[in-house]
Design a protein around this ligand. Structure first.
Ligand code: UPG
Ligand code: MN
Length: 723
């Protein structure tokens, strides 16, 4: 399989490296000076000072952990697909698409993802697409059959005209690519015809959706069916529909459980050495991604150790203002930095992973006994045979139907009890321990010695949907942070588990993400303590004449300058800086807080894991507000009340505090700096004020939330006067 010429290159970003290290030194020194001031000069016998010290320690520690991903050479990569071996020599690829709930994940969108995967530029007999339907829904099953019929025309069309974008919905709606010099009439006729077919397909899906209940069942037997009906010579990739068995009393382990079933089922049918995993809303936007990924997997210098090639998650539905920071812009530079270490985290979708890495078979010797293997992989003999390198699946291309014995085996492998008493979810396949199965599985692979590659081509290979309302965003990030806290508060905590198994730097990168829910504590302190102390006239920061004030100013300026540099160097405007700040505050005060609470309750047995998929259905009114850059504050009260309450506390303490400084004189010298904090909060979060006071549309803060918030804020403020 391997190739002696290099299929890929990497480049160090020298300029970034110098800036990063320079910032590290001067910011680090100023943080030490700041902490020195806190410890020596502040009166640490008083609670407010201790609290502020705690918040500063948290912020500094997370900053320090984050430096690891900026420290080593920041690498970008180039690939040379033209140097890949001939098609006959390319390895097989299985594509896994997961969907869970047709009422939240529009079927047409899911089908577009499936169709786009079928149209990847890869030898059709080497490509196999598996759709996992966790809802076991009739809608999805019927729709995928229609999708197949449409693909039989769409895939040849893409091949014939070398269409770059294999996703029909986005191809037709963007009007792009009058491609490859085929501006001729034949192309136009073909395009017209295929567009008509796509309309018919869309209508038929709409009809199916109308006729069939989108009921998502948690209680259903397994169903595995080969959808493609080609005979013998395969012009199109194989398409297989899989609904695993689900029973209400049995844990199904969410997406990780679904992927593990697909691993087993595909092992029996195609058993490709590489797997592309896609969330149902992430369609392929470039047909060449498989070949690009193979440039790493087959590169003789890299291939042995690489577990996965991760592409960035890019989104097609982000507006210019990106008010919810949906791009996750701050994440991807870290992935580039990690490229200089053992490689990036796994991010759940848009990656090509080696089957062998998920099986963990390298640790077995040839003479390992069958009983031990069964302890790992479960009772299916047929599946265990599939693990050995030279296994040929008993399914052959020329059959549409799976014969009985294979069907029985597949039912066993897709049953909800197959994982019991095996290493599935622990050492084999995607790991079940945390609801961030991607992060946690990646952590385990890196700890086992595997590496990974981050590759960001100029044309995004995949495009997905990002939440476009505050409520959805906060629900999603709460789930992520529940998962991260589960890891942080367990024996897998990266700073311990990681440093024993991989480099300190790599562990620090994992730790930064896992410990970020701690921001909640730092931000609650900073949103309350300086404000209440301002009202009481307790100074927490150096007075204007104190040279230490310069240290504080420097820390603020240098961290903001660094953030701005990051924003500008990734091609964004200043607006991204303020949006990111605002969303970070909102997430810290809600998601991070609830996530930590959730995990603590789970530890005490008061709560169970859950993975509520994000809603991918677009509400037109909401979408309109989003495009106009107007926040949608219709989020659940549990998110809105803390945000509004703290906003009111900040505004009130600023107004009263400034009034006192102006009127009272006294220690105004000491309080001026402190008044800047609520001022900053109030200005940055001005949209919240608008939402509570002046907006009339449906996305405003509800009067119920405003009322409760005013009441709680009043209690909090009166506390300052009582103590
Ligand atoms: O029980 C479940 C729950 C979810 N899913 C699928 O998992 C995918 C991701 O779910 P989504 O609701 O879109 O979650 P996001 O928070 O948007 O996903 C991000 O975060 C997840 C981890 O929390 C990763 O798995 C994803 O890849 C990553 O994109 C979707 O295709 C779902 O259909 C299942 O198959 N079974
Ligand atoms: Mn998603």
């Amino acid at each position: 399989m391997e190739n002696s010429v290099s299929l890929s290159d990497c480049h160090v970003k020298k300029k970034n490296l110098i800036i990063n290290r320079f910032h590290f030194f001067i910011h680090g020194i100023s943080l030490i000076a700041l902490l020195h001031y806190r410890i020596t000069t502040s009166s640490l016998t008083r609670a407010p000072h201790v609290l502020i010290l705690i918040s500063e320690l948290i912020l500094s520690s997370i900053w320090l952990l984050g430096q690891a991903s900026y420290w080593r050479p920041v690498v970008t990569r180039t690939v040379y697909p033209e140097r890949l071996p001939r098609d006959e020599k390319l390895p097989g690829i299985d594509v896994f698409v997961c969907t869970a709930d047709p009422s939240k994940e529009p079927v047409l969108q899911v089908m577009n993802t499936v169709i786009s995967a079928l149209a990847l530029d890869y030898p059709p007999d080497k490509l196999h697409v598996y759709l996992s339907d966790d809802g076991g829904s009739h809608v999805t099953f019927r729709a995928v059959k229609r999708a197949w019929i449409f693909s039989e025309m769409w895939v040849p069309f893409c091949r014939k005209y070398r269409v770059e974008n294999p996703c029909p919905e986005s191809y037709f709606s963007s009007g792009e690519e009058e491609s490859a010099g085929f501006g001729c009439s034949e192309f136009l006729v073909d395009k017209y015809n295929i567009e008509k077919r796509y309309e018919e397909f869309k209508n038929s899906v709409a009809k199916i959706v109308g006729e069939t209940s989108a009921y998502m069942s948690r209680d259903h037997p397994s169903l595995v069916e080969v959808i493609s009906d080609s005979n013998g010579d395969r012009k199109l990739p194989l398409l297989v529909y899989v609904a695993r068995e689900k029973r209400p009393s049995r844990p199904h382990n969410f997406k990780a459980g679904a992927i593990n079933v697909l691993l087993r089922i595909s092992g029996m049918i195609s058993n490709s050495p590489y797997i592309l995993v896609l969330d149902c809303d992430f369609y392929c936007n470039d047909r060449s991604s498989a070949r690009q990924a193979m440039c790493f997997h087959l590169d003789s210098n890299l291939s042995e150790k690489i577990a996965f090639v991760q592409f960035p998650q890019t989104f097609h539905n982000i507006s210019d203002t990106d008010i919810y920071d949906g791009k996750l812009r701050y994440i991807w530079p870290k992935f580039e930095g990690l490229n200089g270490l053992r490689g990036p985290f796994l991010s759940g979708t848009c990656f090509y992973i080696k089957r062998e890495a998920l099986y963990g078979t390298r640790k077995f010797h040839d003479d390992v006994d069958l009983l031990r293997v069964k302890k790992y992989f479960g009772s299916s003999d047929e599946f265990i045979k599939s693990i050995s390198r030279n296994y040929k699946p008993s399914y052959s291309n020329d059959k549409k139907f799976l014969d009985n014995s294979l069907q029985n085996e597949l039912h066993l492998l897709a049953s909800c009890s197959y994982d019991n008493d095996t290493k599935w979810g622990k050492e084999v396949g995607f790991r079940y321990f945390a609801v961030v199965e991607d992060y946690f599985t990646g952590l385990n692979l890196h700890c086992e010695g595997w590496t990974s590659v981050y590759y960001e081509p100029s044309r995004p290979c995949f495009l997905g949907a990002s939440p476009i309302s505050l409520g959805e965003l906060l629900v999603q990030h709460t789930r992520w942070n529940v998962g991260l806290s589960q890891v942080a508060l367990s024996r897998f905590s990266p700073m311990i588990y990681g440093t024993m198994r991989m480099s300190v730097f790599q562990s620090m990168c994992y730790a930064e993400i896992a410990y970020s829910p701690l921001y909640f504590l730092a931000l609650y302190i900073l949103a309350l303590v300086p404000q209440l102390c301002l009202l009481q006239g307790i100074p927490l920061y150096p007075e204007i004449s104190n040279p230490y004030l310069l240290v504080f100013l420097f820390v603020v300026l240098s961290s903001q300058a660094r953030h701005l540099q990051d924003v500008f160097s990734t091609g964004h405007k200043i607006q991204a800086w303020s949006n990111e700040h605002r969303i970070w505050m909102m997430k810290s005060l809600t998601c991070y807080f609830y996530a930590t609470l959730d995990v603590i309750m789970e530890k005490f047995g008061l709560k169970n894991n859950s993975f509520v998929p994000t809603n991918k259905v677009v509400d037109e009114e909401q979408a309109k507000r989003y495009r106009m850059g107007v926040y949608d504050f219709q989020a659940p009260a549990m998110f809105m009340v803390p945000l509004c309450t703290l906003y009111i506390v900040n505004v009130a303490s600023f107004v009263v505090g400034i009034g006192k400084i102006i009127l009272g004189g006294g220690n105004s010298n000491e309080m001026v700096v402190q008044a800047c904090i609520p001022l900053f909060v109030a200005v940055l979060n001005f949209p919240l004020l608008e939402g509570m006071v002046s907006r009339k549309d449906k996305g405003r803060v509800s009067s119920f939330v405003s009322l409760i918030s005013v009441l709680i804020a009043a209690v909090v403020l009166s506390f300052a006067f009582l103590v």
